[in-house]
Design a protein around this ligand. Structure first.
Ligand code: BGP
Length: 463
């Protein structure tokens, strides 16, 4: 079968500043830098964000490799902790400005569209120390100031911006499931954090509308991770569990970003349970007025839900009061990574956006397959033969294609990630790149999937 995609489709890949640049010449540490300095061996066996994939020093070569892999667009992020020297005054750091200017210009010189994201889990640590991070609305205001500086400095060349990457993961990692610093379990803080991140995104969008960016052809969006929730069965309790999981995990960001309002059901339940966020009418109005132009959707895995039967409230309120994860027997697991593979969810997402979110323009901003021990697939000629990744992409694209054929307004697909990069959760154990990174000598070489991707982009589709 022939899978042709719409004209001018984005074929690209996504990375982030903190996972690729390394910490060279940074004015400040972000939360992960701090955590790593503090407890180097704790989670990453001593391998940290200090060098990452050395994009700070290698960016010209790296962008040339991305070009060879056929990418016509790439998302990365501007690190607040690199660009801004005066976290309170907003004063930019000279080397930070130089670096991002050169990176953006290099992308453009190679004919690659740069999409710039403003927050990829990398809050400056000093703002956590002083204000308590995203639980404090002051941080939202400072974020909007930082965003405004980015629009002024780079908006003449960057046409697509996104405010946050996976804001739900910030709330979950920091205040529910302990995988981001400060590693707390506090449902009430998580809920306030969700609200404040939505507010910060809307404030940044307001600054964008006030800037010259739109006149220069710019658009702004957000990158949300969607894990469509599927019920264990048709029993009423399972359906209700999946509905709450869908609301909490997905709609809590999707609805304010696209529709300007929080899901009423969520507000109702949080209020009833006494954990609703603190908001003001002015803030809610600002959120309502400042919705996105487009949506980025990160999709890796579905969420299977069942009725909760054993909620333990010893740690206070948690969203699990209303659902429990369900490990469906026979579900298809990634043999190298531990996440379920369910390509059809991409179609479900496409139809959901078409039917429930005004068919807003959107793209797949991350999708990808993490593989442990990829070296064993290296052939005699030196190339990693990652056929499993090619198959993974094809399967997801086939479902995406069907969603587009049925009218969903999708304009692109970005793989996570162009070049193997550092991970928050597993350092370099699981590789995702089209381009392999040899940690011993920082050599970067195209994998088989990179050649396949180049053909995909050149033909705007595959058979
Ligand atoms: C997404 C993040 C990325 C990236 C990716 C891979 O959630 O936006 O930053 O890390 O997941 O996941 P992991 O790093 O856990 O392998």
């Amino acid at each position: 079968k022939q899978y042709q995609f719409p004209k001018d489709f984005w074929w690209g890949a996504a990375t982030s500043g903190p996972q690729s640049e390394g910490r060279f010449h940074k004015a400040h540490r972000n939360l992960f830098d701090y955590w790593y300095d503090h407890e180097p061996g704790a989670f990453w066996a001593g391998v940290g964000p200090d060098v990452a994939s050395n994009f700070y020093n290698d960016f010209r070569q790296d962008i040339a490799l991305m070009k060879q892999a056929g990418l016509n667009s790439v998302r990365t992020s501007i690190q607040w902790s690199r660009l801004i020297k005066g976290l309170e005054t907003g004063e930019p750091d000279e080397d930070g400005v130089r670096f991002y200017n050169e990176v953006i210009d290099e992308f453009l010189r190679q004919g690659i569209r740069p999409i710039m994201n403003l927050h990829h889990f990398d809050l400056p640590y000093a703002l956590y120390e002083k204000y308590g991070g995203w639980t404090n609305k002051k941080v939202a205001v400072l974020f909007a100031d930082f965003a405004e500086t980015c629009f002024a400095l780079f908006g003449d060349r960057v046409k697509e911006w996104t405010t946050f990457n996976e804001p739900m993961v910030v709330a979950e990692g920091e205040y529910l499931y302990r995988f981001h610093y400060p590693l707390q379990v506090d449902g009430k803080k998580a809920v306030q954090c969700i609200y404040n991140l939505n507010l910060a995104s809307a404030m940044a969008i307001e600054r964008f509308r006030q800037s010259a960016c739109e006149k220069q052809g710019g658009r702004i969006g957000i990158v949300i991770n969607l894990t469509p929730a599927y019920p264990r069965s048709d029993a009423a309790e399972d359906l209700a569990a999946a509905a709450f999981a869908e609301t909490f995990k997905n709609k809590a960001f999707l609805d304010p970003a696209v529709k300007g309002v929080f899901p009423p059901k969520l507000v109702e339940i949080l209020r009833k349970d006494g954990v609703l966020w603190e908001s003001t009418p002015e803030e809610l109005d600002l959120i309502q007025r400042n919705t996105v132009d487009f949506l980025g959707v990160n999709y890796y895995q579905p969420f299977r839900a069942q009725a909760q039967t054993a909620f333990d409230d010893s740690e206070g309120w948690l969203p699990e009061k209303y659902f429990a994860p369900y490990e469906m027997p026979g579900r298809r697991m990634n043999p190298y990574r531990g996440w379920e593979i369910y390509p059809q969810a991409i179609y479900d997402i496409a139809i959901n956006i078409r039917d429930n979110y005004g068919n807003i323009p959107w793209y797949v901003s991350e999708n990808g397959m993490g593989v442990e021990g990829e070296e064993k697939f290296r052939q005699a000629n030196g190339m990693i033969a990652d056929d499993y990744r090619i198959d993974f992409i094809k399967e997801h694209l086939a479902w995406l294609h069907r969603g587009i054929a049925e009218g969903s307004n999708c304009f692109g697909y970005h793989l996570w990630t162009p070049i193997d990069c550092w991970s928050w959760s597993n350092a370099y154990k699981n590789r995702y790149g089209l381009i392999a990174l040899n940690l011993a000598n920082q050599q970067k070489t195209l994998k088989k999937s990179a050649y396949w991707f180049r053909d995909l982009a050149a033909h705007n589709g595959f058979t």
